[in-house]
Structure formats: C-alpha cells, structure tokens
Design a protein around this ligand. Structure first.
Ligand SMILES: [Zn+2]
Length: 164
C-alpha cells in the first residue's frame, strides 16, 4: 500500500503518497462494484450514495468505488489522470506525502452538465466549480488531450446535449 487516507481541511478525506512516483507511473487502479446506471440510481434513492460518489466509465456503466478510490480528490491542476477506464497515472513527478488527485471533469460528459461541485483545490487555475468536461478551459483541455487523459467515451458525447 503506497497511500495513507487522511482528513483534509475542506475536502473531506484525501489520499496521500507514502512513496514517490515518476511521471508516467501507474499510481492506482480504481476498484469497486461495477454497476449499471439503473443500479446506481437505486443506491442513490436508497441513500447509500450521493450523486457525487459513483465513478462513471461509460455511457451506462459506473463503478461504486471502494474507500480508497472514492477518497481521491479533484484538482483543477492535478498530478494524475485516468487512462484505460480505471487506471490512474502520474502526469508529473509526485513526492512522498503529496496528495494525489485528478480532474473529476475528465469523467463527466457534456450531457451531465447539470452536475456541479464546489472546488476547494486552491490551485492557481482553480475553476471554483467542477462540472462537465466541456467547462474545462481550452488550454487545459488541450493539455489533457495531449496526455490522453480524457476518455474517448466522454469526448464522444460532446455533440449531444439532450439530457442537459
Ligand atoms: Zn479547483
């Protein structure tokens, strides 16, 4: 185990490294129950989840994340990014004791632009509100595209706006 879960001041729990990572390293693989959107909706209705919890991996599939995976926070200037659905890679060198984070918006397609979360990442380019991927500033989006950390299924739904 290369991580410690700790309470942060404004973001609830966070995940911190206990070993350094190099740019390009696989940092974590998201784990949890694989569920359809209908099954996730049932868990939300029953109060086991909030709509901020599930991790979407395709138009219809979600992962109900385990504790470590769901404790990883968002940052508008992240040190990690998601590739191949569930794999979190370092996009720069990460020191021991640093909090690992990724940009939540990279997993939120445009048709879910109703989804919003306040951001407390305090980075210089903080967007203050986390929403769908199309709200990421163009320059930052290009950077993510170059790093290939914007899943294809998220990009694919750019032209559809029927659910928003
Ligand atoms: Zn932010």
């Amino acid at each position: 185990m290369h991580f410690k879960i700790k309470k942060t001041s404004r973001k609830g729990q966070g995940v911190f490294t206990t070993k350094p990572f190099k740019k390009g390293d696989l940092v974590h693989v998201f784990a949890g129950d694989r569920l359809t959107s209908k099954q996730i909706d049932k868990r939300i209705e029953a109060g086991f989840e909030t709509c901020d919890d599930p991790f979407q991996i395709s138009r219809t599939m979600y992962i109900d994340l385990d504790e470590l995976s769901r404790s990883i926070n968002h940052s508008c200037d992240p040190n990690c990014g998601i590739k191949q659905e569930l794999k979190l890679f370092a996009i720069r060198d990460i020191a021991i004791g640093e909090e690992i984070c990724f940009d939540y918006s990279t997993t939120v397609p445009q048709y879910k632009s109703w989804w919003k979360m306040k951001c407390f990442c305090k980075s210089l380019n903080c967007r203050k509100v986390i929403s769908s991927f199309n709200k990421i500033p163009k320059k930052h989006l290009d950077y993510y595209l170059k790093l290939q950390i914007l899943p294809l299924w998220v990009r694919k739904f750019r032209i559809y706006d029927r659910y928003s």
